[in-house]
Structure formats: structure tokens, C-alpha cells
Design a protein around this ligand. Structure first.
Ligand code: G1P
Length: 305
């Protein structure tokens, strides 16, 4: 099974940093965001490769996943084995690329990778959301396996005002992950059968307050439907619209996750928080991080004016 990571966006929210650096290459600690997402995608044994869909204007992404023997050799000659290993690791991941030549939406980006998926189920991981614990995909795979390989999407509860920022599902809770039988319908571990999906609904039109968080395990039928998907919300080809159409032909499930399992690195504030939270717990970086914070009297929230 392949995992598709769409990475063709302009990174507008991070300008000017993203004027010359793709937003996927911004570091969280010492690794670019895209490496965390690729590692998460490759963790389940069912996944044998990642396909990054990017635009021709981002050659840095291709370079990053290519081997760099001369840098590696230089580092080894200088005894910097750990750095050499890190360079080798990034260059040896099973990552392939496809181009999206025009910014026509998430659904369009995904269908640009159709030929790489060989009519098999596939994963989609939206790259702004980093899951260091890699805890979400295994739950989705478990639910899919329990339901004859059906499509499964990860969802999480949000406030009614927030639904218009996301894809939202309608449906019925039908069960739970093992060990989560007692959770409420919108708590982590609950499993839903999906009856509808809507992209960026007005609050009064939202079928629930469960939004799609950006992790999808999809059937080949969804990829087929994307090929004929007309533009929807925002004039873009929406994956959510193809999911809705697939429900006429097959069942789909959703598993409720805790959105705090991951970190949203798609905005400057989210990215900064991701760096701080991960640095605070990183075995190598935490001592120097806390020293720098403590030297300034600790982190305090300024008084509101
Ligand atoms: C995309 C999807 C949306 C999903 C969201 C998660 O929206 O279209 O269904 O809920 O990602 O982050 P975007 O953030 O690209 O507007």
C-alpha cells in the first residue's frame, strides 16, 4: 500500500520564510516537517512507499530525499557518524514524487498520484499535521481490517463555529476500538459508520461536529471517483466530495481520535508551539532548551491588557 502526502501548496501563511523554502522543509527540531510525515506513513508494515505530490517549483523536496554520498563521506571522514547516518537515512527512504502542475485542490493533488497506487487501497496524510507518536494510522488500519478493507478516516470533535474550516462527517456511532467501549460517541476510540461528508459547511448545515483531521485510508474506488470529480468548495477539486460520492457504492468508517495526538504545524503559531512542546521533551534538546528558558525566568504568559 502506498501513502500519498500532498505537498504542492504555496505556504502563504509562512511568508516570507516560504519565499525560498517550501513550508514542508521548515524544521521541527532538527528535521523538516515532511520527514516526520513520511516516517509516520512508513511505520505500518502494510505501507511500502510514500508518494509526495509536489509542484515543479519545489526541487528542495526531491533533493532532500535523494542520497548525498559526498556529504555523507565528508561527515564520516570527519568522524561525525551520527550526522552522516542522519543524511543517509533521509536519502534512503522509499519516497517517490508526482507533480501537480496547477493548484486545483486537494482532490486534484491526490489524483495526480493515481498511477502510483496500482488500484490498491491507499493512505493520505496531510502534511501540516505531525503525529510524533505515529499513533493514528494503526487505529485506522485496525478498523479497516475489521470491516473487510473499507475506507476509514480519522475525525475529531470541534466547536460548532469551527466546522466551516474543515471537512465534516455525518453518520452513526457503531462501535469502538478495543478497550474504548465505554467512551462517548465523540470521544477518542469511538467508531462511526459515515453517511455523508461535507467540505467547509456553514455551522447550520454541518451534519455533526466531527471534522476530518487529515489522515485517510481509502479504497481504490475513491481514486476512481476523483478522476471525474468536479470542483466544489472554493472552486477546488475536493477529496471530501469524492468521499461523499463513494458512499453510494461502498461503506466508509470514521474513527474518533484525540486531535492532541498530533501537532498542527501549518501556521506560524502552531509550528512554534510544536517546536517548543517537542523540544521540552526531547532527550537531547530538553536540557539546553530548559536552561535557555530558565535563564530568562521561565515561560510566563504576559498579562492581558
Ligand atoms: C483539508 C480538507 C478538509 C480537512 C482539512 C484538515 O482542508 O479538505 O476536509 O478537514 O484539510 O486539515 P484544507 O485545510 O486544505 O482547507
Amino acid at each position: 500500500m502506498k501513502a500519498i502526502i500532498p505537498a504542492a501548496g504555496l505556504g502563504t501563511r509562512f511568508l516570507p520564510a516560504t519565499k525560498c523554502t517550501p513550508k514542508e522543509m521548515l524544521p521541527v527540531l532538527n528535521k523538516p516537517v515532511i520527514q516526520y510525515v513520511a516516517e509516520e506513513a512508513l511505520a505500518p508494515e502494510e505501507v511500502d512507499g510514500v508518494v509526495i505530490v509536489t509542484s515543479p517549483g519545489k526541487p528542495e523536496l526531491l533533493s532532500f530525499f535523494q542520497p548525498d554520498r559526498s556529504l555523507e563521506t565528508l561527515l564520516r571522514e570527519r568522524g561525525k557518524e551520527a550526522y552522516a547516518d542522519a543524511v543517509a537515512e533521509a536519502g534512503s527512504m522509499p519516497v517517490d514524487f508526482r507533480y501537480q502542475y496547477e493548484p486545483r485542490g486537494l482532490g486534484h493533488a491526490i489524483r495526480s498520484a493515481a498511477d502510483a497506487c496500482a488500484s490498491e487501497p491507499f493512505l493520505v496524510l496531510l502534511g501540516d499535521y505531525v503525529v510524533p507518536s505515529k499513533s493514528i494510522l494503526p487505529k485506522m488500519i485496525e478498523v479497516s481490517e475489521a470491516h473487510s478493507g473499507a475506507s476509514v478516516i480519522a475525525v475529531a470533535p470541534c466547536s460548532p463555529e469551527e466546522v466551516s474550516r474543515y471537512g465534516v462527517i455525518g453518520g452513526t456511532r457503531i462501535g469502538a476500538l478495543p478497550g474504548c467501549e465505554d467512551v462517548a460517541d465523540t470521544e477518542p476510540g469511538a467508531v462511526w459508520r459515515v453517511s455523508g461528508t461535507v467540505e467547509k459547511p456553514a455551522p447550520e448545515d454541518a451534519p455533526s461536529n466531527l471534522y476530518i483531521v487529515g489522515r485517510y485510508l481509502l479504497s481504490p474506488r475513491v481514486m476512481d471517483l476523483l478522476q471525474t470529480q468536479e470542483p466544489g468548495a472554493g472552486g477546488e477539486v475536493q477529496l471530501t466530495d469524492a468521499l461523499e460520492r463513494s458512499l453510494d457504492q461502498e461503506v466508509m468508517y470514521a474513527v474518533v481520535i484525540d486531535p492532541l495526538e498530533g501537532l498542527d504545524t501549518g501556521t506560524p503559531s502552531g509550528w512554534i508551539a510544536a517546536n517548543a512542546l517537542m523540544a521540552a521533551e526531547d532527550p537531547e534538546l530538553a536540557p539546553a532548551f530548559w536552561e535557555a528558558v530558565d535563564a530568562r525566568g521561565g515561560l510566563k504568559r504576559p498579562e492581558a491588557e
